[in-house]
Unconditional design. Sequence first.
Length: 327
Amino acid sequence: MAPNVETPNVDGVGRPDRTAVIAVGNFDGVHRGHQALVRTTTASARERGLEALVLTFHPHPFEVLVGPGRGVLTPLERKVELLGRIDPSLRVVVEPFTRELAALTPEEFAERVLVSRLHAHTVVVGHGFRFGRGRTGDLATLQALGRKLAFSALAAELVADPAGAISSSRIRAAIEHGDVSAAERMLSRPHALSGRVVHGDGRGHALGVPTANLSRVQELLPPHGVYACLVDRVEPGAIAGALGGGVLNVGVRPTMDAGFSLEVHVLDFTGDLYGACLRVHLVERLREERRFASLAELSAQIQADILVARRLLAERCRDPSAGGGWY
């Protein structure tokens, strides 16, 4: 269905130096709502013979204004990759988010960034868009500034499901409650964790289930537990190749008192992954983490988890837009 958009105010629009239709937002997750917004942008650009551009920010404003620690839905490189998949003609501009940028008034942001630097002809935002010092600017503010500075502003179609508008905050809440299936429905792909494989303590191998231990994971973590997953190996340049299905354990491994880890067993894989970057797509939570009475009981449960994961993953197909990766 074609996006429904508000009719832009076109007073003063059409100056020859205005060359871009710009989607503006954080785009954390590049979820279904973000995808609709970007498609509105690219369609508008094609109609006018202009450049389609996405303006996003890094680091996430939350990290600068509040502090680090909560994890993102999509790290910067992944976010840029996913945005580019929507339309190959799209240009992504990453604006460093600083306290100085956050201190700009809505008018200063519009004039300095959107008009002077990016040559905005049309600006496309989501319905909950806020900008400028203290988040005081909204769509109405942007449209008023457009009348003054000679650009148009419009809101993309609101994408919703029976529970409400699709948003990054709803996706975060689903992941934090372990409902990775709900997160997938809103994202249009599974939530993923990516990290580099480091040497662990070898306990998985001793149980006959070798695991790859992930470090430097930037994404939001789900609750402790065991998850069926799909695993990509990611090479420099964000080139991914599907390794296969897997079982991921998130937690402190209480039966062995081994401390926190993110470790994934890749089904039917026998190669060496040390130093590799993996992307693990969370398909379904199998169970919570718990302490077992013995290693034999733990080993039996791991084998049962693997059987369930195989069944859940059997009909999963790779997304053609992902190149050689799963998603």
